[in-house]
Structure formats: structure tokens, C-alpha cells
Design a protein around this ligand. Sequence first.
Ligand SMILES: Nc1ncnc2c1ncn2[C@@H]1O[C@H](COP(=O)(O)OP(=O)(O)OP(=O)(O)O)[C@@H](O)[C@H]1O
Ligand SMILES: [Zn+2]
Length: 700
Amino acid sequence: MNNGVHVLEAVPGHVLQVAVDAPQHSGLAGPLSYRSEHAVEPGSLVRVPLGKRELLGVVWPAQPPGDDTLPRELRAIAAHFADLPPLGPDWCRLLDFAAGYYQRSVGELASAVLPPQLRELSTDQLAARLRKLDRKRAAAPPDAAPARPDLAPEQAHAVQHLQAQLQAQLQGARPKPTLLFGVTGSGKTEVYLRAAEAALAAGRQVLVLVPEINLTPQLEARFGERFAALLPEPSAIVSLHSALTPAQRLQNWLAAHLGRARLVLGTRLAVFASLPSLGLIVVDEEHDPSYKQQDGARYSARDLAVWRAHDLGIPVVLGSATPSLESWQHAESGRYERVTLAQRIGGGALPRVRLFDMKSLPLKAGVTTALTAPLLAELQARLDRGEQSLVFLNRRGYAPVLHCGECQWKSDCPHCSAWRVFHKRDRTLRCHHCGFTERVPRACPQCGNHDIAPIGRGTERLEEQLAEALPGARVLRIDADSTRRKGELEAQLQAVHDGEVDILVGTQMITKGHDFRRIRFVAAVNPDGALFSSDFRAPERLFALLMQAGGRAGRDASAESPAEMWVQTWHRDHALYQALARHDYVRFARDQLAERQSASLPPFAHLALLRAEARTAEAAKAFLDAAAALAQDTAVLVYPPVPHAVARVADVERQQMLVEAAQRGRLQAFLRDWVPALIALKREHKAVLRWAVDVDPLSI
Ligand SMILES: Nc1ncnc2c1ncn2[C@@H]1O[C@H](COP(=O)(O)OP(=O)(O)OP(=O)(O)O)[C@@H](O)[C@H]1O
Ligand SMILES: [Zn+2]
């Protein structure tokens, strides 16, 4: 009881360093100092006052700063979540590293990666959640352990390699990251399952990362089935991704943190899960761009997984049929160990790739070029044989733009430098950048002409045209629009697996990871766009996407007809397509790496991107120019500012500037000085709305 007496000076207390999400103007400030009556262990969650607010914080394992902040001037922590065991020192190290590397404050990062509900709950409420977790009852374990398939020889070798790493690690060795280079359908998942089994048997937790939320149900089912007998306890297998409800996410996070969850499956944010006895990390489809967070702290979950494994001295497996060139280069240089699965399970062949030359078609006006007559004939033949086909087009909506033939009006977005996409089902024009949506006008808004027509095509139109051209075919479209509501995607995928669909149409959503057993034919109707992108990573992405898409065909080796991939292109002789036709990732990677090396691009150079947004391009550019003037380090090269590929979004102009250094360490050293200077610089550039540094940017 203080009876209203001012207690500040009476209680000397303890000084705590607390990582808290302080606003950006305070810069990259480290943890802040607070006072506490009791000693509180590092890693503990607390609630602290900041200005007029009260925020979640993590007591940080740091030395209190010297004499200038005397304890009596400090504010006291408001609450301590004493029922929750503290986050481990390894978790704090991961956060420290990631915050430093990606140029954010550790408090901001901690606040972004902890379950959002932790920010809202009181200590009592959290204690109640913990008790609820205690009350969960075990499901009855199944009678028999599920059958495990006999490993193919290459799989057996991969599993032995990982088991040896797990063993060696117990003796204190620090394993190299493993690049599991396995063609599509080579059974990489089975390798993960066996490696996980070994780690679980050794009493360790396992973290499995997947690129897309929509891949988690399939994988959760497979892991759940396999480990139901081994892990009968409740919450022994949990998933962590952004589509969970806040309550589920907190519950699963707590299960991992308390060590009850033995196996955690998740998307990129799961790399920050608290896992006190982590023993193995798997990164599936490691090349996938969605491992990179595109706002806030722009981290790469793949790269952090490698760092975390190294820090803990545990094995990490990066699996892919088309590894990122960064990982491939690491394997070439010997930093990673490469393990190859060159054969499909059951000895099935990879689909034959047919590069269909669009120039061979007679030029006739009005002929639709996406569904060419030869492609339709091929689809019809598959249909007659009762086989499933997949048609892939990486553009959703009905048509990318509406156009008036009279006055040349186009459906541009008033707020963005982009067209609004025509969605036929709900008759809207929608901007895919800012979301601005309007009903489709009956007549041209500019001249009143009634004949406004769609130009080009997206999946919605492709679906319509397929159904028209192939009467009787059961056509199903799967993309972000068809799967808005909960459960829709699962139901649609099930229909494909059950053979209720003849032709599956979709975006890249359906090309990744799914183990479709019935598909024999995959067509990419219009993939050329990416060949001429200004982004140096575009070819790498296109190659991976097409290999993945083709990989959905012919996964059942027992089927009789040969599987085929059909690629319609105007550039048949392009080296990318030639390598694709031979399934020659190795050749493709070698060519790309040679190009990257001669142009000093990653992985032979290291990049950071400074982005600035303002109402006018001039204001954004002025900030970048001033930032460039502050860059005095001769070890880095600062390029001139350029507009973003979509320069204006939601009435904001976006400019960016690339910074390059030959060594990662030099870039990091430069950023450590430069970014704090930019925080100061921003104060002189009031017109700049937002700015951000993106370290190792993926799209440029
Ligand atoms: N040893 C095995 N014996 C029999 N079937 C197997 C074996 N290993 C894996 N499979 C089956 O082979 C199929 C393909 O495996 P999986 O989906 O793991 O391939 P993948 O390498 O991940 O392919 P992708 O890169 O295309 O996703 C699955 O249906 C899986 O159940
Ligand atoms: Zn817009």
C-alpha cells in the first residue's frame, strides 16, 4: 500500500530493459529502461507504459545503459505475465539478429511477430488461456501406426544424411544446411516426414515452413496422419499462419512455446515461433517468393530459418525442384550440402514439354490466341480419355482492362497507375492495387458509346471460353476470387482429387505443391510476359513457376498415357524455354548465375532498396536524392532513384533507390550508419509519407 505517498524514490527496485514497439521517430532505439519492484527474468512478457499508452513488451537480455538514466526517473512496468515462462535466450538472439539485419527496432519486430492477442489480454486473461490449454484432452491414439512407404533409394540416402546430421548434432557438431534438390513428385515430403520422425524421437521439436497458407491443410493432414500414434497429446501438431483466428493463433503459439506442440507447420511468420527444444527446421519450396515479408520488417523467413538453425547448431533442410539461385550458389560453393532426388516416385517420367510456337498460327483477326485450336484439340483428346487437365494463367479476373473502341477510353484506376480489372461475375471494375471498385458502367463514361469491350483475358474469361469451346467438360476455376470464403478452397481441391473436374483453370495458386494424382496435361497459355520484365529475378521466377506447374502432371506413374506440358509462346527459342523443355534446372541455373555474375547482381552482390512514398513523385525523389547525398561509403554503390513498377497506388507516388555492395558485411555496416541518418533526414522531408529500407529485396 502506498497510501498516496509518492513511492518512486522509496523503492529502488530493478532496472529492466524492455523491447517495446516505440514509434518510428525514436528510430532504431534498442530496448527501453523500466523499473520493477521485483527482479524479472529476461524473455518475460510485460506490459509497460509508453507515453499515454500501455504496450506489450519483452524484458530484453541486455545490460542497462550507463548512469544517465537513474532508476528513480524511470517509469515502472505495469504488469508482468508471471504465469508464462519467459521466451528463451535463443528467441531473443533471433530477434536481435533479424532486427539488426533488416534495420528495424527489436521492439517493433517483437510486437509484429508475437500473436496479436497477447497485446490485448490482461495477465489474468492470459492465465485463463493457459489453464484452458491444460484442460485439452488427448484424442484416443489410433489402433495401428499408419503404414510408411518403403523409401526409394534416393529418398533413403537423403533420410540417412539427415539422420546422421541429427546424430552428429547431439555430439555437438554444427551441421551444414541441406539443399534437398528434388524434381517434382520425387517424394520430398516423405523425406521431411522421416527426418521429422527422427527429430521427434530424439525429443526435439520440429518446424516445417510452407510458402502458402493453402498448402497447410494438405500438409497438416499428412503429418497428422503419420504422427497420430507417436504424438497423441492434444496440440502436439499445430499450424501457425495469418488465416487463423486470433484466439487459435495464440493457442497454437502457446502450445509451441510451452513445448506441447512437437511439430509446428506454418507460413513465414512461424519462423519466429518460440520453440524451446527445436531440433530440425524444414523449408519446403524454399525458392518461393512468399517467404519474403513485403511490408513492415521485410524479412526472409527462409534466410532466418538458416540463421536460426546455425545459431542452434541444428539441421535445416531447404527443399525445392527449382532452388533459388542464392541457395543453389551456396550449394555450388560448398556452404550448403546438396542432396538430389532426380527420380520421380514409381519411376514416372516428368511430363514431356511441348513448346507451341504461336508464330505458326495463321494470323486472323478475331481468333482468340489463348485457346488456340491445337490446344483445344489436345484438351478434347484428354477429355475423351477421361483424363484431367490443368490450364494455367497467372492473371485473375475476366479481363485486365475494358476499352471503348470509339474514344479509346480504358478502365484506368483514378488512384493508381494501373488498369482496373473487369470481373464479370459481380460486374465490377476492380483495382488490384488499391482495391477501388465500381460497378461496370453501362456505356463508356467518356463518350457514352454502348460497345465497351474487354481486352485480354484472365482466369474468369478463360473458364468461360473453355466451357464454351468444350461442351460437356466440367471446368473448375481456382484462384483468389473463387476461394474467398472459408472452406471453399478445400472443397474445390477435394473435387479435383475426387475426379469431379475435367479441366482445372487457375493462377499460380494451383501450381504449387499440390499432389494431384489425376492430372496428365498442363497448359500454360500465355507465360511470355515475364520474359521481358525489368526485374532481374523475373526469369528465375517464371522458370520455377512453369516447372512447378508442369510438375502437377503425371504424378501417378501407373497411368498409361504420357503426361505433357503445353507452353504457348512467341519466343520458342528463348534459352529459358529450351531449358524448361529439357527439365534442365542445372543448365538454367548455370546460365543465370553467369549472367548475374557478369552484371554483379545477387548472389554475387548484395542489395538494399530504399523506398519512399509521397503525394508527388518530386517529393519522394527529393528524399531519395538527399539520402544518396548522405551515402559517403565508397564500398557501396548508390543508383539513381527510379519510379516503382506501379508508380502510383492509392494516390501515392512511389520511388525507389537501389544500394549495392560486393560484400554482405559492407552493406550491413553501411546501413547501420545510414538508416539512423535517414530517420533524421525524414524530419526535413515532411512531404514524405512513408519510407522503408528493404534488405535483400526480392522484387525490384
Ligand atoms: N517411398 C515412397 N513410396 C511410395 N509413394 C511415395 C513414396 N514417397 C512419396 N510417395 C508419394 O509420391 C507422391 C509425390 O510425393 P511428394 O508430394 O512428396 O513430392 P514432392 O517431391 O514434394 O513434389 P513437388 O515438388 O511437386 O511438390 C505422393 O503422393 C507421395 O505420397
Ligand atoms: Zn487503384
